[in-house]
Design a binder for this molecule. Structure first.
Ligand code: 5AD
Length: 346
């Protein structure tokens, strides 16, 4: 049995084998095709032609962290900072609900203004107003007690990309006050508290090698999250990586297929970063095995300010246009956007 067959059979490999798998696939289009077909088959078995939607609400771009790759890092003085009020957040949910969204993702920088009490109050209000919707938080590293309180307030899911599973690479991308150990610990805390958890990483972050991607895959298998978000690294002009090349769309597609095979029921978005690098990026992501899209529900006036990387898409269109546009794109390639909480298949 060759390596590809072994992977397809066992839904797992060791780190050295993952390196080899990626290398072989990148050398040989027929192997990429084989992995893609397997990924699409697995997705169809669990999710048919359904594509789930998440309404993304980027509610604050204040951040206490200084991640070297990120456009809204603390050190970037050129960002005009904003935070939405509770009422504005609830308005976003209302708009989204009318359009058909049944998951709201509250994403923000690590903004100290949003204390546990303020966050819990917001989550509570959404939970009360939209009992049939899932609430996903994506607000970074917090204490176990904080995660617990927010879970009790009604949050269902939590996205916290691990960014990289190689400690050395992690240290090169983040300032020294950020800890790779603590980030992983947060993910395990979230799991323990019963959240549906999302991890993930950038493809092509500065300094990333094939071994690092293999380590990410090993870590994902070990963590076994319900969601995985990956997208290409895209340079931001106000960061030290301004002149670095962006990650590869092809490599991202390949990793989407590999992750679908690795974790068959995983909820896997075709990310905005993929759509930013390639006008057909999100379609390519779906065709590679992704099954989630996350259109923006943030108020138009703030969209451009949540600039993690250059040329981010969907900063100019209304959420409704985004839904319509996406629905058409998704249908054109044989899928359908569904109005559903979109929990992971059991
Ligand atoms: N390019 C691509 N993705 C980025 N992120 C942050 N900065 C960039 C960038 N320059 C991703 C990180 C983070 C998520 C919210 O956005 O992986 O976890």
């Amino acid at each position: 049995m060759n390596m590809i067959e072994k992977f397809i059979m066992n839904h797992n490999l060791n780190k050295e084998e993952f390196v080899e798998l990626i290398r072989l696939a990148e050398e040989d289009g027929s192997i990429r095709q084989q992995l893609r077909e397997e990924a699409v088959k697995i997705r169809r078995e669990h999710y048919g032609v359904d594509v789930f939607t998440r309404g993304l609400i980027e509610f604050t771009n204040y951040c206490k962290n200084d991640c070297y790759y990120c456009g809204i890092r603390r050190g970037n003085r050129n960002v005009k900072r904003y935070r939405l009020t509770k009422e504005e957040i609830l308005d976003c949910c209302e708009n989204g609900y009318v359009l058909g969204f049944r998951t709201f993702v509250l994403q923000g920088g690590e903004d100290l203004y949003f204390t546990d009490e303020r966050m819990a109050d917001i989550v509570h209000a959404i939970r009360a107003g939209y009992p049939d919707c899932a609430i996903t938080l994506s607000i970074g590293e917090r204490s176990y007690e904080s995660y617990k309180m927010l879970k009790e307030a009604g949050a269902d899911r939590y996205l916290l990309r691990h960014e990289t599973a190689n400690e050395e690479l992690y240290s090169s991308l983040h300032p020294k006050e950020m800890s790779y150990i603590w980030r992983r610990q947060c993910l395990y805390h979230l799991k323990e508290l019963g959240y549906q958890v999302g991890a993930g990483f950038m493809v092509g972050s500065p300094g990333q090698r094939m071994e690092d991607l293999a380590a990410d895959l090993v870590f994902l298998k070990e963590l076994n999250p319900q969601m995985v978000g990956i997208g290409p690294f895209i340079p931001h002009h106000d960061t030290r990586y301004a002149a670095e090349p962006a990650g590869s769309v092809e490599r991202t597609e390949l990793l989407i297929s590999i992750i679908r095979i690795l974790l068959p029921k995983v909820l896997l978005p075709a990310t905005t970063a993929l759509g930013t690098l390639d006008t057909c990026g999100r379609e390519k992501g779906l065709a590679a095995g992704a099954n989630v899209v996350m259109p923006n529900l943030s108020p138009l006036k703030n969209r451009r300010q949540y600039e993690l990387y250059d040329n981010k898409i969907c900063t100019g269109e209304e959420a409704a246009e985004c839904w319509g546009d996406l629905a058409a794109r998704v249908e054109r390639i044989g899928y359908r956007l569904v109005s559903d909480r979109g929990d992971a298949a059991v």
